[in-house]
Design a protein around this ligand. Structure first.
Ligand code: TYM
Length: 323
């Protein structure tokens, strides 16, 4: 049994990579966990450029996606990070024990710096806040996609440094990856699917949009439907999506499409995605029409989380001589 925490930045529409890499795992884990907390990490969202006019809606959009995907408020706590200020309070404390050299070498920091050219403290400090998100609940299992692994390593380094400086407090944290831990862009199968642009399938895409995006998705030379990440990254990525949404094994997909064309494969794949997303989108509409209920789910969860996080902070502060 474990204590689970994970989160997503409200930085654009959620896509199939977020679902297959993270949320799909959360749904099954919430049944077995001792504690399951899933956040919209809005304070992380403001470390890169954002529009204050639409930001609130973006946060609510992620929560609606969580609920529509099957996160159950009877089993999981669903929160907005900024509504539980203990996360940022613990992050400040962690700042005082984290060498800058642990942060400025991180690939995610380097990438964002390259993209945004804005070298603000928030960008550099981003993984310290992530460590605080996880450790403020003494969580030990974090279901994420592959790109987050360096952040989990850092979380353990920070936790270990706190433990050795002030006494045993934080558990070791394990990342939990799915088979969909690295879903690639439809346009460039060597880059990961991201929240911007036309290279991903958003969970809100219409059937026509999905069909169009899949039909123009980059495939490889040759015409076999064969899984080979190195030689055929485009078709392999599409096969992974097919496999994860249909539960058909990769070998069954290969044999089912022996002698068939990319066009036939792509047509079936769009049908699979559409039939997965249609019930998701109608559940989402129901929640959209019941926003009061959604806000009440958030407020109840946040109240519980503030109490849980306070216990850790009191322990931390007393070990440090702050109280
Ligand atoms: P974010 O918002 O970039 O992504 C949210 C989750 O989706 C996964 N993901 C993918 N998985 C597979 N294929 C892809 N193409 C793909 N793109 C994204 C990510 O790995 C992630 O699991 N730093 C985090 C948010 C965060 C967090 C936390 C996560 C803040 N605090 C505490 C866990 C625990 C982030 O930016 O994720």
């Amino acid at each position: 049994m474990s204590k689970i925490f994970s989160g997503i930045r409200p930085s654009g529409k959620l896509h199939l990579g977020n679902y297959l890499g993270a949320i799909k795992n959360w749904i099954s884990l919430q049944d077995e966990a001792d504690q399951a907390i899933f956040a919209v990490v809005d304070y992380h969202g403001i470390t890169t450029p954002f529009d204050p006019k639409t930001f609130h809606q973006q946060v609510m959009d992620v929560i609606l996606d969580y609920l529509a995907a099957g996160l159950n408020p009877d089993k999981s706590l669903l929160i907005r990070q900024s509504h539980v200020p203990q996360h940022t309070e613990l992050a400040w404390i962690f700042n005082t024990i984290t060498p800058v050299s642990w942060l400025d070498r991180l690939p995610t920091y380097r990438e964002q710096l390259e993209k945004t050219k804005a070298n603000n403290m928030g960008l550099l400090d981003y993984p310290v806040l992530m460590a605080a998100d996880i450790l403020v609940y003494k969580s030990d299992l974090v279901p994420v996609g592959e790109d987050q692994l360096p952040h989990i390593d850092l979380t353990n380094e920070i936790g270990a440094r706190f433990n050795s400086s002030f006494g045993e407090t934080f558990p070791n944290v394990k990342a939990k990856l799915t088979e969909g831990a690295r879903i690639m862009s439809l346009k460039d199968p060597l880059a990961k699917m991201s929240k911007t642009g036309d290279e991903g399938i958003a969970l809100s895409d219409s059937p026509d949009e999905i069909e169009r995006k899949i039909s123009v998705a980059t495939t490889d030379s040759g015409k076999e439907i064969h899984y080979d990440e190195k030689e055929k990254p485009g078709i392999s990525n599409l096969m992974t999506i097919y496999h994860l949404l249909s539960d058909k094994s990769l070998t069954d997909i290969e044999s089912g499409y022996a002698g068939k064309t990319y066009v036939e494969f792509k047509k079936d794949l769009s049908d699979i995605i559409v039939s997965f997303l249609q019930p998701f989108q109608s559940r989402r509409k129901e929640f959209e029409n019941n926003l009061d209920q959604v806000v009440s789910i958030l407020e109840k969860s946040e109240q519980k989380c503030r109490a849980l996080a306070d216990e850790t902070l009191s322990d931390v502060k007393s070990k440090m001589g702050l109280i």
